[in-house]
Design a protein around this ligand. Structure first.
Ligand code: DC
Length: 223
């Protein structure tokens, strides 16, 4: 099969990460997790004591970001300057921080080139919010994966429980809505489906059903 660029965009908790990973494995493609890049910028800023509204310094961090992805078994490990930050970028603080830093135009501009360099050669599943609209507008297969906010909160609760952490459903739902509003409401590259994206609502679909649906889309486009 030809080496396409496949983009998967959509809100937090729609299942993008799991689906993107499975799809990449089935197609024997690489996986570019663009959210992890924004998270890495936020983590680096928090550690360095840089305020998350200091656009110029955040952009400098983004421009100098030394990031690398490597599959180890089924986990797509993320390295920043050689340090494995796979777990550190998944804390609630890093999640909210990523959403904040991603709203700054200078940060997005700095990361645009990085993303194109990492994914441009094709044979890649790119996962994020604006990968089909801004980063790879010419991608051959685009998917916008979504689900109701209640369903996304329920899934996130399950994930937390599986990790041995308790949480309040109302808190989780509020966090999801806050992030959605910020990601969709920002001036630059707001989260939205590309005009030529296939929209998949996973609210009532199993993981396997979603992966099969996406694989069908990609194989049709690859012909
Ligand atoms: O997908 P994620 O939860 O790891 O993304 C973290 C944050 O980064 C999310 O709140 C929005 C932002 N983001 C973005 O603005 N553009 C992308 N392509 C990917 C993520």
């Amino acid at each position: 099969m030809s080496a396409l660029v496949v983009t998967i965009d959509g809100p937090a908790g729609a299942g993008k990460s799991t689906v993107a990973k499975r799809l990449a494995r089935r197609l024997d493609y690489r996986l570019l997790d663009t959210g992890a890049i924004y998270r890495a910028v936020a983590l680096t800023a928090i550690r360095a004591g840089v305020a998350l509204d200091d656009e110029a310094r955040l952009a400098a961090i983004a421009a100098a970001l030394d990031i690398d992805f490597r599959f180890e078994g089924d986990v797509n490990h993320v390295f920043v300057a050689g340090e494995d930050v796979t777990a550190a970028i998944r804390t609630p603080e890093a999640s909210q921080g990523a959403s904040k830093v991603s709203a700054w135009p200078a940060v997005r501009a700095a990361l645009l080139e990085l993303q194109r360099r990492l994914g441009g050669s094709g044979g890649v599943v790119v996962e994020g919010r604006d990968t089909g609209t801004v980063v790879f507008p010419d991608a051959q297969a685009k998917v916008f994966l979504t689900a109701s906010d209640e369903e996304r909160a329920r899934r996130r609760m399950e994930e937390l429980r599986a990790g041995g952490k308790g949480a309040d459903l109302e808190d989780v739902l509020r966090e999801i809505r806050e992030r959605d509003a910020r990601d969709a409401g920002r001036d630059v590259a707001p989260m939205r489906a590309a005009d030529d994206a296939v929209i998949v609502d996973s609210s009532t679909m199993s993981l396997d059903e979603v992966v099969v649906a996406l694989e069908t889309v990609v194989r049709e486009r690859a012909r």
